[in-house]
Every structure is written in C-alpha cells, then in structure tokens.
Design a protein around this ligand. Structure first.
Ligand code: PGA
Length: 265
C-alpha cells in the first residue's frame, strides 16, 4: 500500500488565534470520519496559534506542524523558537528550508542542515523543502539545484534517521507567491514535470540511503496544488503527498486533496 503525507502550510495567512482554532477544528471535523490509514495529515499555523490549535485538535486525526524552528534548545536567541516549544505545543512535524525561508530570509543549506539534525534529535519530523526557481529551470539546472539542496540540507543525517524525514519538492515558480515570482506566471507543475523531478529525487535518496530506506521516504509535491489538480499529481508513483498553501486554509478546499490521496492508496 502506498502512504501519503498531506500538509497544510498556512504561512502568515490566518492571523488571529480564534480564527486559526476555528479553521483547524473545521478541518479536523471534516476528516475525522475518513479512513486515513496510510495518509498522514497536518496543518502548520502561525506560531501565535500553535499551542491553541494543538489543544483544539488533540485526539483528532489532524496533526500539528510548525513552519520553522531554531537549531538550539534554549538561550539568548531573540525572535527564535526552540524545538522544545514546538513539542510542548504538540507538533509532530516541522517545515524546514521552505523556499520563502531560503529566498526571503536567506537561509542556506548549511543552516537548514543544522535545523534538520536538531529536529531529528528532538523527535520532530522535518519536512525538508527543496526546489528550483523559474530561472534555474530555464537554464537546465533543475536536477543540479535539487541535488545540491538535498545533499547540503541532509548532510550527516543517518539512514536510520531518514525514516522520520519528509521531502517536499516545491518548484519556486509554482508556489502561489507574487513576492517570489514577480515576473513569471505562477502555474502548477504539470504531472510530467513533477514526475520527472520526483523520479530524480527518489533516485538520489535510493543511491544515498539504499532501497529499503530511500525507497520509502515520502516526497510531497508543493506549488499551487488544489482540489482540481491533486488527483492527477497524486496518482504518480513517486508523488507521496502534497504541501499545500492557499488550498489548505479551508476544510472545503483541503478535504478533496486528502480524499485524492486516499483514492490512490
Ligand atoms: P501554494 O503554497 O499551495 O499556495 O502554492 C505551497 C507552499 O508554499 O508550501
């Protein structure tokens, strides 16, 4: 049976705690009746709402993720958040190396690698985001960029630890973000484009960690995934889920994507 991870990346879109709690509860209620064997579902709210959302979805089928974290346990690090705080809020997953972090906040692979290793040490599952820009794709550098980001962000991660890692392939040009893509038309990768990249990533994972481990690390697709295009993407063998921004904010938009994964188990 194939297994999937479907994640909602709420970014900085739901600003108030009560609104986040309401949206999270609506999703939890919408999926609780579903048979989610083999499909993990999470949402990643803003930090201000993390604990309250965690409390609100406790005992439901919906899991909690954070959008970022720092790689130290505690101390004088103004503006940062500790992995222990994420665990206290009830997080299972943490997004790391999202292209918005890489491109807007200048995070590089060495820095992301420290976070990946810390998350694993703490028992959080890192969702490592990678992906090329429109320019890099046009220059024929897609594979090279993905390979560099994988190798750098996963440096010194042991095969055993890879069982707790999720990769999110998110071509930057497909992410619904005008700030990152000021001059290009934002469009979802075609199933063929996504498949090509996912096959490359799978091959890299298998070469590095062996078939038994590298063959089963979930690889999510991200970038304008929605109810209309998710079924076509999720039926591809090496697409093992989705990281969804805009279409994860409302239960009515998010649920059909989860159901599309269920239909492909
Ligand atoms: P989007 O965002 O679905 O709104 O394009 C995806 C992401 O950035 O994770």
């Amino acid at each position: 049976m194939r297994s999937f991870v479907i994640g909602g990346n709420w970014k900085m879109q739901i600003l108030k705690v009560d609104e986040a709690v309401k949206a999270a509860k609506a999703i939890a209620d919408a999926i609780n009746g579903l048979d989610l064997t083999g499909v993990d579902v999470f949402i990643a709210p803003s930090f201000n709402a993390l604990y309250s959302v965690g409390q609100a979805i406790k005992g439901s089928k919906l899991k909690l993720a954070a959008q970022n974290m720092y790689f130290r346990d505690n101390g004088a690090f103004t503006g940062e958040i500790s992995p222990d705080s994420l665990l206290d809020a009830g997080c299972t997953y943490v997004l790391l190396g999202h292209s918005e972090r890489r491109r807007i906040f200048n995070e590089d692979d060495a820095y992301i690698n420290q976070k990946v290793k810390k998350a694993l040490e703490k028992g959080l599952k890192p969702v490592l985001c990678i992906g090329e820009t429109a320019k890099e794709r046009a220059q024929g550098k897609t594979d090279e960029v993905n390979k560099t980001q994988l190798a750098g962000s996963l440096a010194d991660v042991l095969p055993e630890q890879m069982k707790n890692v999720v990769i999110a392939y998110e071509p930057v040009w497909a992410i619904n973000n005008k700030f990152l893509n000021p001059d290009t038309e934002i469009k979802t990768a075609t199933p063929e484009q996504a498949e090509e990249a996912h096959i490359f990533i799978r091959k890299w994972l298998v070469e590095k960690y062996g078939q038994e481990i590298g063959g089963v690390v979930p690889i999510q697709y991200g970038g304008s995934m929605n109810a209309a295009n998710s079924a076509g993407l999720l039926k591809i063998v090496d697409i093992n889920g989705g990281l969804i921004g805009g279409a994860s904010l409302k239960a009515a938009d998010f649920k059909p994507i989860i159901e599309a994964a269920m239909g492909n188990k």
